[in-house]
Structures are given as C-alpha cells and as structure tokens.
Design a protein around this ligand. Structure first.
Ligand SMILES: C[S@@+](CC[C@H](N)C(=O)[O-])C[C@H]1O[C@@H](n2cnc3c(N)ncnc32)[C@H](O)[C@@H]1O
Length: 284
C-alpha cells in the first residue's frame, strides 16, 4: 500500500535524480493535480492510500515532467496576479515578473475614468484579463498572431468573468495592416524579445515546449519594439503611454527607440531581482 506521503517521497527522489529543479514541490503539485486538491491539503492526508488508477496516472505525469515538459502544461493551468489561467503549448506560460506591467498600469490608472488599452501579443490573455479585473472602467483590444492562443485567451476571459470589456483579435503587428481603432490611452506589450542566438541557448524546458513565436523575433530581439514604437504614434491619443516588458540588456536601445519616435518622460522600473523590467514612454 502506497500512501500520499510515501509516493511524494519516492517521486521527489525520482525527479531529483532526473535533474528537475524543486523536485519536492513538483512531486506535490502533480499529486495534488491528480487528487484534485490544493497542495497544502496533501499535508492533511499523508496516510491516505493511493488507488491503483491514481498511481498509474501519477507515474505517467512524472515521466512527462522528467522529459522537462513544464509543470503548468502538464496540469493545464497557472496563476497570474491571483487569477487562474488555462495554459497549453499554444501559449507562453505567464511569468511572475510580467505582473509588474499590470501592477504599474493599475497604480497609474486606478483613479482615471474610462481608459482604452491595446495589448499586443496577448498570449493566454493574462495581462488583459488582469487589467480588466482591476480597472473596471477599462476597455481592451487584445491582439495576437496566433488563433490557437486567442482561443485559450477567450476561454480564460470567460473563466475569469472578464469577457464583456475585452475584444480579442487575430492581427499580425509586424504586417503593414492597421487596426481600425486609433484612440488608445495605453499600449501594453510583452513581445517576443529573445534573439535568435540566445534562443539556441535557452533551457530545453523553454525551447522544446513553449511556443517559439512567443519567445523569439528570429532576429536581434528588437523587431517588435521597433515596429510597435513606430506605429504607436498612430494608435495612441495625445499623452497616451506605452508600457513594455523588457529583457535584461534591452533598456538603452528601447529607450532610444521611444525617444526617436517622439516619446518622452521615459521611466524604467526594476523587478524583484533588481533587473530593469518595465519601460514606460509618453507620447509627446
Ligand atoms: C512573450 S509572449 C507574451 C504573452 C503574454 N502577453 C504574457 O505576457 O505572458 C508574446 C506573444 O506575442 C505573440 N506574437 C508573436 N508574433 C506576433 C505578431 N507578429 N503579431 C502579434 N502577436 C504576435 C505570440 O503569439 C505570443 O502570444
């Protein structure tokens, strides 16, 4: 008879030997997923024996995790800004550092009345949905080139009761086509910014499982910043703002792109690891 505690201990050892980081948490989260409970609830049922079908499923999921499939794709969900998001390999797994984009916009616009936001590269819809929940007067247009990603984003909006103020559109921001709306107060974007060279050096967990189009621009890492800053003058109202997530080493070049496209009052915000993470520019 294998209890919850026995199986967590055995699985932790197994994952550790296969080189998985944080093996205990991974073992617990996978088992919690199978038993349909919160991780902490496992601690109250350490002596519960596992059923045969639960053991079989647990083994299958552990094998997938050992092949470095991200935990969130195996369980099918993740948390962002305290909300639950469905994730599949069609969307980037929302990262905790991206919460800083949402937090910054919310603290700057909490007092404002009606605002209109354009989210470029919405993926799972995490940024738009969190903003819609926190800014009840905001209306949002969320675009992505991937229809598959937009399907997940729409499901996430429904799951989080945020469908009424978000319009999801399939649109390639790098194309010459323009959206019909051009009266936005804010553009927010966490674009693909890994260079083609750096992409080859990413961990297998990212490179082999997360969507390539979400990670790299297949060039120097600045393609999206270049295009978005050049189109932003058209899309934004006067004094409208751009909020970009940036990677390490991007600050100076993105700042120059903003300035050369008539954006001023540039602000840079660091994340919890003291890395430049958000850059803001105001249309002059
Ligand atoms: C880094 S992910 C960001 C996802 C999500 N906003 C987040 O912060 O977790 C970039 C997103 O841009 C989308 N994308 C890539 N190329 C694009 C293009 N040419 N036009 C519009 N969206 C694009 C990808 O499909 C992906 O969802």
């Amino acid at each position: 008879m294998l209890t919850v505690l026995d199986s967590i201990n055995l699985s932790t050892e197994y994952l550790k030997n296969k080189g998985i980081d944080s093996p205990r948490i991974n073992a617990e989260l996978l088992l919690a997923h199978i038993l349909k409970c919160k991780r902490l609830q496992l601690y109250l049922s350490y002596d519960r024996p596992l059923k045969e079908d639960e053991i079989i499923l647990y083994r299958e999921l552990l094998k997938r995790r050992c092949k470095f499939e991200p935990l969130q794709y195996i369980t099918g969900s993740t948390e962002f800004y305290g909300l639950e998001f469905k994730v599949t390999p069609a969307v980037l797994i929302p990262r905790p550092e991206t919460e800083l984009l949402v937090e910054t916009i919310v603290s700057n616009y909490r007092e404002k009345e009606i605002i209109k936001i354009l989210d470029i590269g919405t993926g799972s819809g995490n940024i738009s949905i969190a903003l819609a929940k926190l800014l009840p007067e905001a209306s949002i247009v969320a675009i992505d080139i991937s229809e598959e990603a937009l399907t997940i984003a729409r499901e996430n909006a429904k799951h989080n009761f945020a469908t009424d103020r978000i319009q999801f559109l399939c649109h390639d921001i790098l194309s010459d086509a323009l959206l019909k709306d051009n009266d936005f107060d804010i553009i927010v974007s966490n674009p693909p910014y890994v260079t083609l060279e750096d992409f080859q050096m990413l961990d297998n967990e990212l490179k082999d499982h997360e969507p390539t189009i979400a990670l790299t621009d297949q060039a120097d890492g600045f393609s999206f910043y270049r295009v978005i800053t050049s189109k932003a003058g058209f899309y934004l109202k006067n004094e409208g703002e751009i909020y970009f997530e940036i990677g390490h080493c991007h600050t100076q070049q993105v700042k120059e792109l903003l300035v050369s496209n008539n954006f001023g009052n540039i602000q840079i915000i660091k994340d919890f690891q003291n890395i430049d993470r958000v850059i803001i520019g105001e249309k002059l």
